[in-house]
Design a protein around this ligand. Structure first.
Ligand code: MG
Length: 312
């Protein structure tokens, strides 16, 4: 049943991360042809922004070592985000990654920053400021090439080594990334510890710092079962871009939990019920995740996928 609630946007753009964030964190390495078919099925289910892969060094992330083979296989889907076409952003860690992505015609990239020093040291082998300095030429060259740039901020709410993360610390890095020229930000709750009041406080602090809500997407993890509550709080604040992973692919590498990324199906179930338009066909999406779960040899952790596919 569809019953709208007050104070919500009419439409939400889902930034689908299953093929990148999801598969990057799965144990199995999926064949390139299966990844291409996955992205095609996601597009057919109505997802308009599908993060396709990462041009990280192949030895760092073996699950995505086939970016050079995969990306050209998706060329006919369209990657410029124009009406009727699917936007296919790709992650680039540095200038070398940018070179590889631009050579294949990528029109949208993302850089992956950290808000905390510990995660920056562990994931990027740099301080936060050194990582921003590394991104500066990447973003500048991308913008010169007319390429849309998303800036991920990880550990925006809590960090497994540092604990709760102060809002001001997130605002500082967010302002720096916008200052480099990023078109949009994605606020990552990488270990899933956020609760709705924290979400609202962070969004308000970003606004106070001059970052408009329209430039901010949210990336919640369901480790503690809070991803949809946090999403609702973000929507009530005016956020219209929500990251999610088909079938809940990806788990959580920083918490010993099967539940990581918010499952796209769980998100669409809520938004359908609220009458918020996503353009996504939940039945087609669920069928895609059931198919992908068969490829991976493990059931989807998404409750909506399980409920709709009668696995329980
Ligand atoms: Mg994630």
């Amino acid at each position: 049943m569809t019953l709208p609630a007050p104070g919500l946007p009419a439409r939400v753009r889902i930034h689908e991360v299953g093929a990148r964030d999801g598969l990057q964190n799965e144990k199995s390495v999926v064949p390139t042809e299966v990844k291409a078919e996955f992205v095609r099925r996601l597009a057919r289910a109505g997802l308009s922004t599908i993060e396709a892969t990462s041009f990280v060094h192949p030895e760092w992330v073996p699950q995505l070592a086939d970016a050079e083979q995969l990306f050209p296989m998706l060329g006919d889907l369209g990657d410029n985000g124009a009406a009727g076409e699917v936007a296919l952003p790709v992650l680039v860690p540095n200038e070398r990654g940018l070179d590889r992505a631009l050579a294949l015609g990528a029109r949208r990239i993302a850089v992956f920053g950290s808000v905390t020093e510990t995660f920056a040291a562990r994931n990027l082998n740099r301080t936060v400021d050194e990582s921003l300095a590394m991104f500066a030429p990447v973003v500048a060259r991308a913008k010169d090439a007319g390429v849309h740039v998303r800036g991920y901020l990880s550990m925006c709410f809590g960090d497994p080594w540092e604990g709760a993360v102060p809002v001001a610390q997130v605002v500082r890095v967010a302002k720096a990334l916008m200052g480099l020229g990023c078109d949009e930000l994605s606020l990552g709750d990488t270990i899933g510890v956020a609760t709705p009041g924290h979400v609202t406080a962070l969004l308000a602090a970003l606004n106070e710092a001059g970052i408009p809500t329209g430039a901010v997407g949210v990336h919640f993890h369901d480790t503690y079962g809070q991803a949809l509550s946090n999403t609702l709080a973000a929507l009530q604040h005016g956020v219209t871009t929500v990251d999610a992973s088909a079938g809940g692919l990806g788990g959580c590498p920083y918490a010993k939990s099967a539940t990581g990324n918010l499952a796209t199906e769980d998100l669409v179930w809520m938004l359908d019920g609220l009458g918020v338009d996503t353009g996504v066909d939940l039945g087609a999406l669920t069928a895609t995740s059931v198919w992908m779960a068969e490829q991976l040899g493990r059931p989807s952790p998404s409750r909506t996928v399980r409920a709709l596919s009668h696995e329980e």
